[in-house]
Design a protein around this ligand. Structure first.
Ligand SMILES: [Zn+2]
Length: 302
């Protein structure tokens, strides 16, 4: 019998399941497990008070948990709430990290129950916008519904992601926190992904994280440590699907080689960028029409 079990407010089966996971799978002490539960309860109370549409963190539905987390991050008062909790033994953001892992590994997704209309909203050419902070559609009280976006990943696997669709703007959105979750889980998320309010251009200065190449999962870091074959797969898919053209990708890689490649700590990254640059230069788009040149003659101006 633990303190937790004696607390009548913790008798909901969803909460007991989460508590047991913290204690048994995460090997937290009883005290720390309780602290995590309290941090999450605080977050749920905050969501309820702020009248967020998804305000449940304790549910057996994974999508509901993700949607609540995304809305918390997007809420304009959330940073004030975090500041208030700075002396708590378990920080709300730590608790969020735990519940995202828990939801991803243990809870059911209701994807199969998504009605057909929602599924059919998404078309391959659609752009998925990643938003940081509060989505402007939420601020403007637009008509938002959940939808399912489909992306390509390794082994030509099709991934389903739960996203938001704004009926007023006719656009698809995903919060940064949900996007990061899917990217960590699947590695490559190949599709038309853009940051909302991005000013990225690929011919001049741009931010690495705003490049669709990066948003689709391409990177040379040592945590993901993608093999040459995996990086080439991402690049070739991006070109084949027309998400970026070869010139854009070449510019991106050249930018990295010249800006970041000169530092000694980036030696390994440099060799990967150079290898990928060679590959991209030689790569023939799969469905390029074969153009045969029958004669070469100087251009004559009239
Ligand atoms: Zn909108």
């Amino acid at each position: 019998m633990s303190y937790y079990d004696e607390d009548p407010s913790y008798t909901k089966p969803e909460k007991t399941a989460l508590y047991n996971w913290l204690k048994n799978d995460q090997k937290f002490s009883i005290l720390n497990s309780r602290r995590y539960m309290l941090a999450l309860k605080g977050l749920e109370a905050f969501a309820k008070k702020r009248n967020l549409s998804s305000k449940k963190l304790f549910t057996f539905n994974r999508d509901e948990v993700f949607a609540t987390v995304a809305e918390l991050y997007a809420d304009e008062e959330f940073s004030n709430y975090l500041a208030l909790c700075k002396y708590y033994p378990v920080k709300p953001l730590e608790a969020i990290e735990k519940i995202v892992v828990y939801a991803a590994d243990n809870l059911e997704s209701f994807e199969e129950d998504t009605d057909e209309q929602e599924e059919s909203l998404w078309k391959e050419g659609n752009i998925l916008y990643v938003h940081k902070g509060l989505l402007s559609c939420q601020r403007n009280k637009h008509d938002l519904i959940t939808a399912t976006a489909i992306m390509d990943s390794f082994d030509d696997q099709k991934l389903k992601m739960t996203v938001k669709y704004c009926k007023d703007c006719n656009k698809f959105f995903i919060s940064e926190v949900s996007y990061e979750y899917y990217r960590k889980k699947y590695g490559a998320l190949i599709g038309n992904i853009q940051l909302e309010h991005s000013n990225a251009t690929y011919s001049g200065e741009f931010l690495a994280e705003e490049s669709p190449l990066h948003l689709c999962g391409y990177n040379v870091n040592q945590q993901d440590n993608y093999s040459a074959a995996e990086r080439r797969f991402i690049i070739s898919k991006i070109i084949d699907r027309g998400i970026m053209n070869k010139v854009d990708i070449i510019n991106y890689l050249e930018y990295f080689i010249s800006h970041n490649g000169q530092q000694e700590k980036n030696n390994l990254a440099l060799s990967k960028w150079e290898d990928d640059l060679q590959f991209t230069r030689r790569y023939q788009r799969k469905y390029d029409p074969v153009v045969s040149i029958s004669a070469i003659r100087p251009i004559t101006r009239k």
